[in-house]
Design a protein around this ligand. Structure first.
Ligand SMILES: Nc1nc2c(ncn2[C@@H]2O[C@H](COP(=O)(O)OP(=O)(O)O)[C@@H](O)[C@H]2O)c(=O)[nH]1
Ligand SMILES: [Mg+2]
Length: 394
């Protein structure tokens, strides 16, 4: 975007605010109005704007925000129609924000307004680059169930090894930073997943002067949590990208992980069909003789694992661009087509290795599949999930 990095001039009627607070929402219609009201009250005296970045919620979130915005000119709504994900939504909000300081918080009422006021005062003093709400200073009650608390602590420990900043709660969803600090991280942000603070802190080359405010999470005001196992997978992939300095991009790590499950599907099908499927017969091709058993065994394993990979990638690796309905069917056939070349490569290699190089049938199949997996990543990234449609401002 062209206005990234500067404080774009507003229409002249109002000066740019000191603080831009982004609230990302997905079906938070039950809470968003009172969250905005509460924040505006708590930030009284601090010049601020609130940007709600909504991923096309299907409840009343958008109408609630638009309604609040009628009486609060500092509130803006930005709707994304073809993208999903908390981190990328926050990045979008900061990219279109006008403030000198940039922050993010949840739209479900879980973040304590008193802590947000304290954060804002701390960052506005001007001697910090990054200030965060932390659930873990001095053993605070986190407001999470014991299971999620344990998971969050484990993730915090692992994340600590990758980050340059000794944050006590890198999983925090509520923090503020200077525009300069954001810009130092911006080119390297992955935007993958939920953990935007980890993304920012790991992407900036600056060691920030940072501060923390202790606060537990409150109860959600209606709606449901969007956190699931995929959040953990995303975080793992993000950490691998940061730990390898970008050599292994997060999406490639996810694709590779899905690929590994695909290899298991492939092996299972291969073993089953090798045991139970007998087609028989030979197929003469030029001066060579192929066996129909090999063609059906390897072919079936390739086809089923390819279909498996498409659906799992669609719901994990490319969840932010997830294909649905007809687009998904088209995407599946596009994926087949793109990977068809990989499949023929794999089939040919398997047979070549087994029949003409004397390699064991199982080893032939697996090694050929691994090689075609590299091709598949490239092909599917370019062909199946590439579409990027414009977002609309409301
Ligand atoms: N724009 C956008 N917001 C999201 C998405 N997923 C979650 N959110 C919002 O991010 C905030 C935190 O999500 P939440 O489900 O409460 O996570 P939890 O607090 O960890 O259970 C909430 O305001 C959600 O509405 C998403 O894909 N896009
Ligand atoms: Mg929440």
């Amino acid at each position: 975007m062209s206005d990234v990095g500067q404080r774009p001039a507003t229409d002249g009627a109002r000066p740019a605010p000191d603080l831009s607070l982004i609230i990302c929402t997905l079906n938070e219609g039950a809470a968003i109005r009172s969250v905005i009201d509460e924040i505006c009250t708590t930030l009284k005296g601090i010049s601020h704007e609130i940007i709600v970045v909504d991923d096309n919620s299907q409840d009343q979130t958008q109408s609630e925000v638009l309604d609040v915005a009628k009486s609060r000119p500092n509130v803006r709504l930005h709707v994304r129609y073809d993208e999903r994900g908390l981190s990328s939504a926050a990045i979008k909000g900061w990219d279109i924000a006008h403030g000198r300081y940039l922050g993010v918080m949840d739209g479900d009422g879980q973040h304590d307004p008193a802590a947000i006021r304290a954060l804002a005062e701390m960052i506005l003093k001007g001697d910090k680059d990054l200030v965060c709400v932390s659930r873990y200073i001095g053993g605070a009650d986190t407001g999470l169930s014991w299971f999620r608390d344990l998971g969050s602590k484990a993730a915090t420990a692992v994340t600590g090894m990758v980050l340059k900043v000794p944050l006590t709660d890198p999983m925090s969803g509520c923090f503020m930073m200077t525009r300069e600090y954001y810009m130092s991280a911006r080119p390297k942000l992955t935007g993958v997943g939920f953990k935007i603070l980890v993304d920012v802190a790991a992407s900036s080359s600056i060691k920030p002067r940072f501060g923390e405010i202790k606060a537990a999470l409150r109860q959600r005001q209606g709606g449901t949590s969007k956190l699931d196992i995929r959040v953990v997978l995303d975080l793992g992939a993000l950490l691998v990208e940061k730990a390898t300095k970008g050599f292994l991009p997060a999406r490639f790590v996810l694709f590779g992980g899905v690929g590994v499950t695909g290899v298991f599907v492939y092996m299972a099908v291969l073993i089953l069909s090798h045991e139970f499927l007998r087609v028989g017969g030979e197929l003469p091709v030029y001066r060579y003789t192929l066996y129909w058993d090999d063609i059906t065994n390897y072919g079936l394993a390739i086809w089923l694992s390819m279909t498996w990979n498409f659906f799992i990638n669609n719901s994990i690796t490319f969840r932010d661009k997830r294909l649905k309905g007809w687009a998904m069917i088209r995407g599946l056939f596009g994926f087949y087509f793109a990977c068809g070349v990989g499949a023929i490569l794999s089939l040919g290699l398997s047979i070549l290795m087994k029949q003409y190089l004397g390699v064991h049938w199982f080893v032939s199949g697996v090694s050929a599949a691994l090689l075609s997996g590299v091709w598949n990543y490239w092909a599917s990234t370019v062909l199946s999930w590439r579409q990027k449609k414009p977002t609309k401002k409301a």
